[in-house]
Write a protein that binds this ligand. Structure first.
Ligand code: NAD
Ligand code: UFG
Length: 337
C-alpha cells in the first residue's frame, strides 16, 4: 500500500516525501515538472536511503493517472500539484483554473474509478480573505479571495466538501498552510524559484549576491513596525504535519480542516533582521510601494492541529533562516548545480 504524492518533486512535496519515508510509509510520486525537476526526488532518495517510483505525469492526463493507479496500490493521495504564483494567476486565470481545478477534478475522477477515496489537499491561508480577523480559526467562514490562484484553493475546498456530502465514504483533509520557508537541514532539498516572488527566497538571493536589496512592500500597515505580519513555518514542520494528517485520515472518515502554522506572526523587517542574525550577513532593504492584494496580518490559530493530530510546529525563526541559507549557499542555482 502506497501514498501517492502529486507534485511531489516540488518544494513542499519533496520535504513531505522525506518525512513520509522516514515514518515508514511507502510512496509513489507524480509530477509534470512544470515548476520542479526529477533531481529533487533523487535527493529525497539520497537523504532517506529509500527507493520509490516516480512518474512524469500531468494531473489532467486521466489515462496517465489511471496507469499509475493500476500499477500501484494507492491507499491515499496527498495532492500538492498546482500552479502557485499569485501575480501570474492574475495574468493567466484560465491556465490556473484549468491546471488547478481541472487537474483536481480529473484526479478525483480517477481516484473514484480506482476505489481510492482518501485525500489530503494543500490549501492556503489565503482562503480566509480580508474579512476575517487574526488569528484565523478553521471554523471561520471563508473570505473573499483577491486573485485567481486563491480562488482555485477556495473552489477545490468546496469541491472536496461536496464530494463528501454526496458520498460519505470519502475521507478528506484540507490543510491550510501559512507561509512555508526554510529547507531540509541536509541542505540537499529546498525552494528553487526562477524568480523569487516570496519574501524568504528573495532575502536568500540578496544574501548570495544575486539581488541588490530587499524591496519591503510598504511600511504603512497597521502593524507594530508598519510592515506586513505573517506566520512563517519551517517546511520540515509543515511536512511532518502531512504525516500526522495521513495517520489521522487513514483511521477516520469525513472532512477535516487544519491550519498548519506556528500561531505567531512576524513582520517583514523582523524576518530580514532574523536572517541577518542567523547567518551573520547584512541584508540591505528599502521601503517601496505596497503590493496590491496584500493584507496587514495573517497568522494561524494552530490549536486544532495540536488537539486532534498531536502536531505543532517546533522549529523557530532562527532555524528557518539558517536552513534557508544553507540550501541557498550550497545550491546557488537551485537543482541546476
Ligand atoms: P511547487 O511549485 O514547488 O510544487 C508544486 C508541484 O506541482 C511542482 O513540482 C509542479 O511541477 C507540480 N505541478 C504543477 N502542475 C501540475 C500538473 N498539472 N500535473 C502534475 N504536476 C504539476 O509549490 P509548493 O510551494 O511545493 O506548493 C505545493 C502546494 O502547496 C501547491 O498546491 C501550492 O498551491 C500549495 N501552497 C503553497 C504555499 C507556499 O507558500 N509555498 C502556500 C499555500 C499553499
Ligand atoms: N514581501 C516584501 N518583499 C518581497 C516579498 C514579500 O516586502 O519581495 C512582503 C509581503 O508584502 C508580505 C510578506 O512579505 O507582507 C510575505 O509575502 P510572501 O509573498 O512571502 O507571502 P504571502 O503572505 O504574500 O503569500 C504566501 C503564498 C501564497 C499563500 C499565502 C497564504 O505566496 O501562495 O502565503 O498562505 F496564499
Amino acid at each position: 500500500m502506497s501514498i501517492l504524492i502529486t507534485g511531489g518533486a516540488g518544494y513542499i512535496g519533496s520535504h513531505t516525501c522525506v518525512e513520509l519515508l522516514e515514518s515508514g510509509y511507502d510512496i509513489v510520486v507524480l509530477d509534470n515538472y512544470v515548476n520542479s525537476c526529477p533531481e529533487a526526488l533523487e535527493r529525497v532518495k539520497k537523504i532517506t536511503g529509500k527507493d520509490f517510483k516516480y512518474y512524469e505525469c500531468d494531473i489532467r492526463d486521466k489515462e496517465g493517472l489511471d496507469k499509475i493507479f493500476k500499477e500501484n496500490t494507492v491507499e491515499a493521495v496527498i495532492h500538492f500539484a498546482g500552479l502557485k504564483a499569485v501575480g501570474e494567476s492574475c495574468q493567466k486565470p484560465l491556465e490556473y483554473y484549468d491546471n488547478n481545478i481541472g487537474g483536481t477534478i480529473s484526479l478525483l475522477e480517477v481516484m473514484r474509478e480506482n476505489g481510492c477515496k482518501t485525500i489530503v489537499f494543500s490549501s492556503s491561508a489565503t482562503v480566509y480573505g480580508e474579512e476575517n480577523k487574526v488569528p484565523f480559526v478553521e471554523t471561520m467562514k471563508t473570505g473573499t479571495t483577491t486573485n485567481p490562484y486563491g480562488t482555485t484553493k477556495l473552489y477545490i475546498e468546496n469541491i472536496l466538501q461536496d464530494i463528501y456530502k454526496a458520498d460519505n465514504e470519502w475521507r478528506v483533509v484540507l490543510l491550510r498552510y501559512f507561509n512555508p520557508v526554510g529547507a531540509h537541514e541536509s541542505g540537499l532539498i529546498g525552494e528553487a524559484p526562477s524568480f523569487p516572488n516570496n519574501l524568504m527566497p528573495y532575502i536568500s538571493q540578496v544574501a548570495i549576491g544575486k539581488r541588490e536589496c530587499v524591496n519591503v512592500f510598504g511600511d504603512c500597515y497597521d502593524t507594530p513596525d508598519g510592515t506586513g505580519v505573517r506566520d512563517y513555518i519551517h517546511v520540515v514542520d509543515l511536512a511532518k504535519g502531512h504525516v500526522k494528517a495521513i495517520d489521522y485520515i487513514l483511521k477516520n472518515k469525513g472532512v477535516e480542516i487544519f491550519n498548519l502554522g506556528t500561531g505567531h506572526g512576524i513582520s517583514v523587517i523582523e524576518l530580514i533582521k532574523a536572517f541577518s542574525k542567523a547567518t551573520g550577513i547584512d541584508i540591505p532593504y528599502k521601503i517601496t510601494e505596497p503590493r496590491s492584494g496584500d493584507v496587514a496580518y495573517s497568522y494561524a490559530n494552530a490549536e486544532k492541529a495540536y488537539k486532534v493530530l498531536g502536531w505543532k510546529a517546533e522549529r523557530d525563526v532562527n532555524q528557518m533562516c539558517a536552513d534557508a541559507w544553507r540550501w541557498q549557499k550550497n545550491n546557488p542555482n537551485g537543482y541546476k548545480d
